[in-house]
Ligand binder design. Sequence first.
Ligand code: PEP
Ligand code: MN
Length: 358
Amino acid sequence: MPAKGGLFPKALVRQTKGVFIMIIILKNGASKGEVEKLIHSIESLGGITANTIIGEHSSIIGLVGDTSQLNEDDIAASDAVEAVKRVQEPYKMANRKFHPDDTVIPVGEASVGGGALAMIAGPCSVESEEQIVAVAKSVKESGASMLRGGAFKPRTSPYAFQGLHDEGIRLLLKAKKETGLPIVTEIMSIEHLELFADVDVIQVGARNMQNFELLKALGHCGKPILLKRGLSSTLEELLMSAEYIMAGGNGNVILCERGIRTFETATRNTLDLSAVPMLKRLSHLPVIIDPSHACGIAWMVEPMARGAVAVGADGLIVEVHNNPPKALCDGKQSITPAAFDELMKGLRPMAALMGRTL
Ligand code: PEP
Ligand code: MN
């Protein structure tokens, strides 16, 4: 007689509450004592049930419950263990399986996720009041939904322009006051968090994607976080970093693909457009694309932005400078306000085709 609602004979069904599954394959000849010790150490964490299946040649322990608290490598270190396989993803709050609907993050009058295409535009770095206010006004005129601008800049060289720091944030707030555009700017250190009190979206740059203490602090800051993918990070690592922020109680995380390191040298990085549909399948969080840092070349921003919209991105973050040759940072990849206006015009029919408002 089949079990209620199931495919299996009742005798084979042992119902255990829990959403995650992990399988431990035991070594041939693992001793009973070692196996019992292992099971005890796992079950004593709470919320996990271990079911042992003894075969003639190999045996397994099936774990059901909150296995997100387990580390495969720690389990594999046991003398009794041959291999460990996680059947489900190690992240839960960011996982679409447990949150099927898309997350929509409101930012002032704009929102990221859902039906809108969020357009974040502005210079790499805030350089002066004239510069940031002029760029803010022009990108607003073209239809941008948020203003970007770095005040704390992560530069490869300690001798390069490092940003205007607190003065940069003050100038961004000035530009916000003049245009009404919400502001997005990067944090590099927990110590600076207080300076971000009036910032609308806090950006975590590629280099800090795995700064776990920073991520934990941002889990409590109550502001949307724009989390950029690390230069050589996998999508799972990106989602685990989002999980750090979400585990602290902040569910407003925007994921951003900004190009990854490959062997290719023709572009600054390689834009991984496949990250968009994959992340959106794995997670309910909105995903945006940064074509500027991905390619590092101004003329490539437009075709890659179109590609991003075509694969379902929820938005774009684009570097726009009023005088790219004179920019203090990333001038080569910055487009002019006029080019941004053209970009917006070109994206509108594409966005409409994808069912998005722009
Ligand atoms: C930036 O957006 O200015 C920036 C430094 O980006 P990334 O962290 O992606 O390099
Ligand atoms: Mn930049």
